[in-house]
Every structure is written in structure tokens, then in C-alpha cells.
Design a protein around this ligand. Sequence first.
Ligand SMILES: [Zn+2]
Length: 302
Amino acid sequence: MTIEGIRPATRLALPDLGTKIEIREAGSQVGLARITHNHPSRIHTTMAQLIFLGTAAALPVAGRTNTSLAILSDRADGNGLLIDCGGDVYGSLLRGGVGPDSISDLFITHAHIDHIGTLPSLLESLRLGGRRAPLQIWALPQVISVTHALIQAYDFELTLDTWAYPVRFTEVGDGESITLAGIPAYAASMDHTVPTLGLRLELPGGVVAYTSDTQPNPHIGRLSQGAATLITECTFLGAQEAKARTSRHLTAYEAGRLASECGAARLALVHQGPPAESIRAEAMEVFSGQVIVPDDLDTLGL
Ligand SMILES: [Zn+2]
């Protein structure tokens, strides 16, 4: 049994309270664990960390909130990327052991409520929490418009100029290369019921591609080619394919097929609709690599 994401020289040191670790046995993932000790932190990782802040589809369930992700290239440098803000993102960051000030950039994939709905709450919680560092928000132009409407609804727009911390907005389009929290990234249009961007992130440990919400489409190929880790949504099972087409989402079978096509080493399934074991089994029918069905606050070394 080995623990991924921990530098060999410090393998016996203990990760932060709340840190989740991937447990592998004979080369296969057997679980994702959560550190619950209270020892002080002595761990430093050379890998980036991906924290699944939420893993549910649009309808949250007990213990599983709307899908959002945090990627920390280095926990120490305060340079972290948050992807989407539905659900209680601020609380999830705290429960995941991520100081909210560690998030420098927020990328919003699209303007559905389960991906953007709690932006005002996040901004206000950061202010109340004493944030001073700038927050950079990235999104499609039409999504930036929604962020302004949400902020204006709470009169934040009148005060942002003199607020406790600067909030900056940058529009992103299909095919654009950008830098998110110090990570070289590439955005590609997906095929959902509203304009949506997927992300390709070039991390030192390998490429991470994230589809966000979409049905199968040709752009996923250029987003995910050669990815070490493919993260896809998984709102339905194959038996619900008609629903998936109507709402422009993926089935677990399609997620597995996409992972096979891009040659990913592992597939992580988020935006989970059906039960975890059902989607895992269906994805494994067509993808022979590692299939991860994370719970909220599980963490992966990248
Ligand atoms: Zn969604």
C-alpha cells in the first residue's frame, strides 16, 4: 500500500488535518481516505493537489454538494484555482483544509445555478473572512455578464471599487490559452444547453482535462488528448441516454469511452447523478484505466 502525493523523503510525516489521500494497493486504487488526526502539518508535496469540493449534479444530496474543484499547485504559495461556485464553496474550502486566501483565481465554466449560483455568498464570505488579496474571475463573456447581475443584485457593484479586496474579471473564449493560478491552461467550448467551457491544465505531473457539463462533442478531443487525468461529468447512466441527449450531459458509459479515446491514465467522475457504484461499473466497461468516483472533499495528487 502506498500513498500518492507524498514525497518519498517525507512519506512518514503526516498531512494536514482534513487532507484526503489516495490509497493504492497492487497498482489499483482501493480508496480515497481522509486524514483525521490533529498533529501539526509537517508535509510538503511536490505534486499539485486536486480537491473535489463538491461532486453532485445539479441536485445535491446528503453529503454531496454541487460540483466544484480546487487545484493547488503548491499549498504554500497562496496560488490556487477554484473551478465553479455552486453549493457552499466557502464552507467546502474550509472543510477541505484549504484556506480561502489560497484561492487566487476562480474559473466559472457556465452560468447554470449549480456552477455560479453562490458567487455572491462566496465573495461576501471572503470579505468577512478578512481577505485582502485580489480575486481574478475568468469566464465566457455571457457568464461574466451573469456575475455582474448577481453582484448588482446585492449592491456589491456599488462598493467593489472600495471593497476590502479587488475582484477582477477577464473574459475567456473558445481556443484561448490563459494562465490560471500560475497554471498554463487552455479553454474549449463544450456542447451543453448554455455556452460552456472545458479546461485543459498543464501541470508538472501531467495534463488534467475537465469537461464540465457537456454531451460528447469533437472539442473534447483537443481538450483531453494525452491527459493523465480526465475529469468528466457523469449525470446519467447509459440506460438514460435519451435524457442525456435532451439535457446535453454525459452518461457514465460515454465518460469511459472518452477516457479511452484520449488515452487518459485515470478518469475521475464528478457531477454525479446515479449512485457511485453504478457509474463506476459502467465506466469500467469501456475504460481499462483507473476510475475514480470521488466523494466530496476527496483529494488527488496530480
Ligand atoms: Zn451542472
